[in-house]
Ligand binder design. Sequence first.
Ligand code: ADP
Length: 205
Amino acid sequence: MKESPAVTENVVWHQHKVDKTQRQQQNGHQSAILWFTGLSGSGKSTIADALEQSLHQRGIKTYLLDGDNVRHGLCGDLGFSDNDRQENIRRVGEVAKLMSDAGQITLSAFISPFRKERQDVRDLVADGEFIEVFVDTPFEVCAKRDPKGLYAKALRGEIKNFTGIDSDYEAPQNPQIHLHTDQQSVEQSVEKITTYLANKGIING
Ligand code: ADP
C-alpha cells in the first residue's frame, strides 16, 4: 500500500478511535473495490447497477461510483485528454480508498483505459481489496449497442479521444474477474461476481 505522493511534512495523519476493522465488523462483511473496466457500452454500469441492487438487498453496504455521474461533480473540471483521464481515475481511486476505509463495498464503473492508472489505484489499498472486473465486450458489439449514441458521433468525428476509436484501451492482462457480456446475461455476470466475493470471504456465501 502506497502513501499519496503529496503528503507534506506538516500534515499528520490522525488515528481516529473508530477504525476500518470496527466498521467492517459492524457491517458484517469486508471492504472491497470492484473496479469495472471496459469499453464504453460494454456493460459496466448495467452490471454494477444490478450487482449493487442484489448486494443491497442482502444488507451489504455498497456505493456505486459511476463514471458519467462523477464527471458532473468531483471531476467536472476534467476533459478526456490522456492527462485528464489519469487525473479523473486518480481522484476516483482516492474516493474508493476512503469508501473502503469506511467499510463499504465500492463498485466503480469507469472505462479506465490505461493499465498504469488501474495499477495505481490497486497500489492505494491493501492486497486483495482491489478487484479488477474486466467487462470484455468486443468493440463491434459495443458500437452496435451504442446505448448513448456516442459511437455514432465518434465515428463521424464529432467526439475526439474516444476509447477504441482514436484513444487506446489497454485490456487487463490478469483480471480477477473476466466477463464476456456477448455470451453471458447480466444475471450471470452478477452471479459470477457474487460467487467470487463469497469465495474470498469478503461477504457471507
Ligand atoms: P458502460 O457503463 O460500460 O458504458 P452501459 O452499462 O451504460 O455500458 O451500457 C451497456 C448496454 O449494453 C446497456 O444498454 C445494456 O442493456 C446492454 N447489454 C446487452 N447485453 C448485456 C449484457 N449481457 N451485459 C451487460 N449489458 C448488456
